[in-house]
Design a protein around this ligand. Structure first.
Ligand SMILES: [Mg+2]
Length: 333
């Protein structure tokens, strides 16, 4: 069955915003504590509407990424830098240090090669959805643009690898029909091959971690998150007090792996998946945003419950922006 790509574009962008909005109140909280607040998350949302009043940097930067792509009809460094600098005026909500410090330098005209921080944080994977969508039919450009859009703020190789993997996963999911499902083995083959054959040691390590994830998909969500929450995190960044706990570390590899894990464990509905993502623990808003980009692409806007869409601040603007991005994509293809 041919998929409606406009629906998928809108689902993906809105998926980021819903996951981010629902995860925001739980940023920095252990999964076990989050889940102690409620028996039924849907009911909890209904009773605590005010908690879920905004999205954060993840959605803000995704919006700026989409705008930069629309302006340039594709990736263009100057447009991306201009849009990310404009984000400083939004103003940023809950930004990562590496990301905001590099963008502040860009604002003062420092070339990106010097402004970029050596951060391996999840700041590039959280904003990559528009690139996965726009280049879903041009995988060479998808990879190049994922790298280029990352290194202007994050020079660490883990950051660009995380961005490529998520962009490639989105391109894979865009023509899948949720009623028919997809092959999990093929999904892993595709995302692993997107970062294979490089000289980067961290990319090779990431591939091994993805293979480990694939062989641990039978774990329940809590146990899997305990296993993968800090995977790949190196000393001195490791948080010892959260060993043996579900608390997703804001490192790119751990966040991307946990988001993919939850997505693959919750393929039955958009709502079920996004609830699990947003209550992951640790960097919950970013797990929500990244996983939201995957589940939103897979299900499409038409399968997103309208009351969840309406929780997003200015959700109609996001739908409109997604349509503009889609029209650029359609013209190019
Ligand atoms: Mg955030």
């Amino acid at each position: 069955m041919k998929q409606d790509f406009l629906d998928k574009f809108q689902g993906s962008m809105l998926g980021v915003a819903i996951g981010d909005t629902l995860g925001h109140p739980f940023e920095g909280v252990l999964r076990e504590d989050i889940h102690s607040y409620f028996k039924d998350f849907k009911e909890f949302i209904g009773n605590n509407r005010k908690l879920f009043n905004t999205y954060t940097d993840d959605t803000q930067l995704t919006i700026h990424t989409a705008k930069a792509l629309i302006q340039g009809n594709g990736f263009n460094t100057d447009n991306f830098i201009r849009e990310y600098v404009l984000w400083l005026e939004d103003p940023p909500i809950g930004p990562g240090y590496g990301c905001i410090s590099s963008i502040r330098k860009l604002k003062y005209g420092i070339p990106w090669e010097q402004a970029s921080s050596n951060s391996g944080g999840n700041g590039t994977a959280m904003r990559i959805a528009p690139i996965g969508l726009f280049y879903c039919k041009d995988l060479n450009e998808l990879k190049k643009s994922a790298i280029k859009s990352s290194i202007i703020t994050h020079s660490h190789p883990a950051a660009s690898a995380g961005a490529i993997v998520i962009a490639r996963a989105i391109a894979y999911l865009i023509d899948k029909n949720p009623e028919a499902g997809f092959s999990i083995d093929e999904f892993f083959e595709v995302i692993i091959s997107s970062i294979s054959g490089s000289q980067e040691e961290i990319w090779e390590e990431f591939i091994k971690i993805l293979a480990k994830l694939q062989s641990n998909l039978d774990l329940p969500i809590e146990a899997g998150l305990i296993k993968f929450s800090q995977i790949g995190v190196k000393s001195p960044y490791f948080i010892e007090q959260y060993l043996g706990k579900a608390f997703v570390h804001p490192y790119t590899i751990s966040t991307v792996v946990c988001a993919i894990f939850i997505f693959l464990k919750s393929l039955s509905s958009f709502e079920k998946c996004v609830f699990e993502l947003a209550t992951a623990g640790g960097d919950s808003d970013t797990v929500g945003a990244i996983g939201g980009s995957l589940v939103g692409t897979y299900f499409g806007y038409n399968n997103i419950p309208i009351d969840l869409a309406k929780m997003v601040k200015g959700y109609k603007n996001i739908l409109k922006l997604s349509e503009e991005l889609y029209l650029k994509f359609a013209k190019r293809n």
